[in-house]
Design a protein around this ligand. Structure first.
Ligand SMILES: Nc1ncnc2c1ncn2[C@@H]1O[C@H](COP(=O)(O)OP(=O)(O)O)[C@@H](O)[C@H]1O
Ligand SMILES: [Mg+2]
Length: 303
């Protein structure tokens, strides 16, 4: 089982769109997928369920917030399994796509988790740091039966996001080719590196077998919302792609073109673009990119 966080500080770069399509295509290809929505905006959740369905069936007792709450309120571990939902429209093939939904009030969880980091002695501080940040990692490890766990991260570097990084084998970083988005990548890499280093230093200092080392590897930067002309990204975007290349971070070969009509207006609700049954050259090109992305991700992980 491999865990991949789809992450970027910036909102609106395509994290949720990529998570939903990758999850759906992997499941279509026969893989067993668990998607976890960690963003309080809950866009991934609402890609698969309507707001009404969510309210009726999941809001009270079946979201990732219940899981963090159990830890904050009672210091207990809920079984992540008890929170798993099974969207039906994307589960027609051999594989499986399960989802742990988010909750709009997940936004408060970060503040509450922060109070759990406080400790009197250096040793308390260290143990609290490891206990809080390893939480999702241990929750996911206790689940069996999935090929990939995909985590849709919120656009920040708060504690919930760090629990995702600690749980991850890989990070996939969707990015728009513009100034602010590319600037953020350097910061993200730096902060992830510092977090992993601190975590592993605490693990060593603790001298305990309870914690293992972490080390999420950047699978790649994925350029999204690329404007295409003559089958090439337009010239205005090239400097930003170059700028990222200079950082020495891996860049995926696949890029995702911008198409507002297709991405905003999927005709069948609850089904990501890649699995929509729509004909037409533009639609096929867009779907081919998403299929190519899926193949590239599988290829990079299995080698
Ligand atoms: N390749 C694309 N072309 C055009 N619009 C896109 C594309 N990918 C995503 N979008 C749209 O952009 C908005 C932000 O995408 P989203 O995946 O929610 O980003 P994030 O999760 O990073 O905030 C959404 O309205 C989505 O439909
Ligand atoms: Mg999102």
């Amino acid at each position: 089982m491999k865990t991949i966080s789809v992450i970027n500080y910036k909102g609106g770069v395509g994290k949720t769109t990529i998570t939903a399509n990758l999850a759906a295509e992997l499941a279509f290809r026969g893989k067993r997928i668990l998607a976890i929505d960690l963003d309080p905006q809950a866009s991934l959740t609402f890609s698969f369920f309507s707001v009404d369905e969510w309210r009726e069936n999941f809001e009270a007792l079946k979201t990732i917030k219940n899981w963090y709450d159990a830890f904050i309120d009672k210091d207990t571990d809920l079984n992540l399994k008890s929170l798993i939902t099974h969207p039906t429209k994307v589960n027609l093939g051999k594989g499986c796509l399960d989802l742990v939904c988010s909750h709009l009030a997940l936004i408060n969880v970060d503040l509450e988790l922060a109070t759990r980091l406080i400790g009197g002695t250096e040793r308390d501080l260290r143990n609290n740091f490891l206990r809080v940040h390893s939480r999702l990692r241990h929750g996911i490890e206790s689940l069996g039966g999935y090929d990939y766990v995909l985590i849709d991260c919120p656009p920040n570097f708060n504690i919930v996001t760090k629990t995702a990084i600690a749980a991850s084998d890989y990070l996939l970083v969707p990015t728009k080719p513009d100034y602010l988005s590319t600037l953020g990548i350097e910061q993200l890499e730096k902060h992830v590196g510092e977090f992993v280093k601190t975590y592993n230093r605490y693990v060593a200092d603790s001298g305990s077998d309870e914690w293992g080392n972490i080390g999420a590897e950047t699978l790649g930067i994925l350029f999204t919302m690329i404007q295409i002309r003559n089958q090439q990204p337009i010239e205005a975007q090239q400097p930003y792609i170059e700028q990222v290349r200079k950082l020495g971070v891996p860049i995926l070969k696949t890029y995702i073109r911008e198409n507002k009509t297709i991405y905003a207006g999927a005709p069948e609700y609850g089904v990501p673009v890649v699995l929509q049954r729509v004909s037409g050259k533009t639609y096929e090109d867009v779907q081919a990119e998403l299929e190519e992305l899926t193949a590239e991700v599988i290829g990079k992980i299995s080698t």
